[in-house]
Ligand binder design. Structure first.
Ligand code: PPS
Length: 288
């Protein structure tokens, strides 16, 4: 049984009470989305803070000021979190926000707008591994238990923002057309300048090749790991203890191979496959 203070239940989803309240969720529902807004949407541990680093630079032509002076949670705030109400007036147009909300919980003004969405998707096996370590370092989340126990919770959706498959389905089956760009964490790992180029085209910023290279350099894992505005070292240890596991932990694709037993792999893939079997989209990676 989870301590009641760890999570709140919002429309069937577990959300950490450290960052979410009834008021913050109401604020999100009433948030007046503008046509020029850009939303970065992710299931947790899919590359959220990486995109929080990249997007302001893509929108502002590569000016490093935001990533060097503003903590990521204020620079590109979470739509559903408490902090948004405090910083909303400081956001410059075009505004960038992040969200872990499933599609159906986006505010009405979002649906009525022309705002764009960048949906970052990551191999669920690596998402689960990253989340397992995050639960060890985040004092505001329940203890993950053993890897096996955490895998069961993850597959059951007894984690923040519910099941990975439901999140992906909700954002793959939208009517957003060319308002949404899907990008994988793995393609960002493989070729970050190419990913930045794709983002630049999507938001229409027409960045030069020099600027694209500069952004990729400043958003690399190693640069972000030492950026105090992005590595969560400003957060008290009580809430995030990087000695237990750093937020920017490994930053690679395929770390699941160091963690899954053959039996765990079989269980994991069969659950994910079954939950996606009638979907019209296919996943960008092989699950086995
Ligand atoms: S959260 O809590 O939902 O906001 O977490 P999120 O930012 O989505 O995911 C954290 C993982 O993203 C990795 N990360 C990066 N990987 C490569 N390059 C860069 N620049 C980068 N920035 C963040 C981070 O290391 C976490 O993955 P793991 O596998 O745990 O290392």
């Amino acid at each position: 049984m989870l301590p009641s203070s760890t999570y709140m239940l919002y429309k069937g989803y577990l959300l950490p009470t450290l960052a979410h309240t009834t008021e913050s969720l109401e604020f999100a529902q009433n948030f007046p989305v503008e046509d020029t807004d850009v939303f970065v949407v992710t299931y947790p541990k899919s590359g959220t803070i990486w995109m929080q680093e990249i997007i302001p630079l893509v929108l502002n032509g590569g000016d490093l000021t935001p990533i060097q002076t503003i903590p990521n949670w204020d620079r590109v705030p979470w739509l559903e979190e408490k902090r948004l109400a405090c910083v909303v007036d400081q956001l410059k147009s075009p505004r960038a926000l992040v969200s872990h909300l499933p599609y159906k919980l986006m505010p009405p003004s979002f649906h009525a707008s022309k705002a764009k969405v960048i949906y970052v998707i990551r191999n669920p096996k690596d998402v689960m591994v990253s989340s397992y370590y995050f639960h060890q370092m985040a004092g505001f989340l329940p203890d993950p238990g053993t890897f096996e126990e955490f895998m069961d919770k993850f597959l059951e959706g007894e984690v923040m923002f519910g099941k990975w498959t439901e999140h992906v389905k909700s954002w793959k089956n939208t009517e957003l057309g060319d308002r949404i760009l899907y990008i994988t964490y793995e393609e960002m790992v493989q070729d970050l300048p190419a990913a930045v180029r794709k983002l630049s085209g999507f938001v229409g910023s027409n960045l030069s090749e020099d600027v694209i290279q500069k952004i990729a350099e400043h958003c690399s894992f190693h640069t972000m790991k030492v950026n105090r505005m992005s590595n969560f070292s400003l957060i008290p240890k009580l809430y995030m203890d990087s000695e237990k596991s750093p937020f920017l932990r490994k930053g690679i694709a395929g770390d699941w191979e160091n963690h899954f037993s053959p039996e765990q792999l079989a269980k994991f893939t069969s659950v994910i496959r079954k939950e996606l079997e009638n979907e019209s989209f296919s996943l960008p990676w092989c699950l086995d």
